[in-house]
Design a protein around this ligand. Sequence first.
Ligand code: NAD
Ligand code: WQD
Length: 338
Amino acid sequence: MKVLVTGGAGFVGSHTVVELVAAGHEVQVVENFCNSERWIVERIERITGKALALDEVDIRDRAALLGSLQRFQPDAVIHFAALKSVSESAERPADYYDVNVAGTATLLDVMDQVGCHRIVFSSSATVYGQPDACPVAETAPVGPGNPYGRTKLIGEWLIRDCVAAPGAALHAAILRYFNPVGAHPSGLIGELPRGVPNNLAPYITQTAAGQRDYIRVFGNDYATPDGTGVRDYIHVVDLAKAHVAALGALGGRRERDLTLNLGTGRGYSVLELIETFATVVGKPIPYQLQGRRAGDIGECWADPSLANEVLGWRAEESLQDICTDAWRWQMNVAGQAG
Ligand code: NAD
Ligand code: WQD
């Protein structure tokens, strides 16, 4: 298939491009590089051994985006391009709605104009807010507690409404990621947070590498086994493979709107992740217990059974694999780029 990938130089997008090329798809990346580096494109080419087509376009630029799709004529789009920081979304809500909602609407309209009727959309477990119970199934109530999560949920509604429109031919897979972590085993691509990482995993690797003094553990009074937050950490390569499987599932199903949780089905605490990294790194990693982070929830992990069944996909990488690959990336590249 010819697949146009928005945000294809980003963390999840770059790993998905690698898997798409490995699966024999022809890929075109659309990027504005607001949260990624151009050298990631060369790294993707080194891993795949193939040149990667790139259009430097902002998805909000309708004319440029239309030109990109008219030239490439994609069979499908995988839509990663978005702003993704929960804390930043509270400071810059208008920007988040502009990119994540209006940008998605522009993409859908341009796709319809060029007759591209398949989309795989990056959503997030954040749409669930504070789940009533874990594991979380797709039928769990939604209730995002921040502007970022609300832009993701509106993106889902937008896509479902486009699928349901009279005479519409759109097929959509809406993928709700839990906590993507890790890096490609080559150590050439991985998570590249700008500035101080919001997320736990890159903060741990940067602390282990001596870039941070200690990890701040946000709260140890949650109703969890060791009191620290529990999350479903899924290796980014497992996540990338799920996108290739979702692409294959589109079109071959009666339902044209598929919503799937992508996680491992297992939760790990903050302290468990720190300890696993310490084992991989071969030394203790300093941390300090602090108060809860505003807006955080105690525990959230996926029921991935629907994705396992519908996609014939299952997360395979262990927490140890995640930490090993993340540490290699930190040592090989992220440390120099940071
Ligand atoms: P990322 O920031 O690494 O990648 C997003 C990419 O999109 C970046 O390369 C950025 O330059 C590009 N981009 C942003 N705005 C753009 C625009 N207007 N036009 C063109 N390109 C633009 O983020 P990620 O972690 O790879 O996340 C990818 C997707 O997955 C996002 O939609 C995000 O909301 C979603 N998601 C991420 C996580 C996570 O924890 N990483 C979890 C759940 C869902
Ligand atoms: C994980 C756990 C923290 C940092 C976020 C977004 C979500 C999605 C994934 C986009 C929690 C604790 C963290 C630190 C810590 N992104 N923590 N010290 O909050 O589950 O999800 O990223 O879709 O929308 O909300 O991930 O990595 O920030 O936190 O103790 O320095 O680690 O309290 O329990 P989170 P996280």
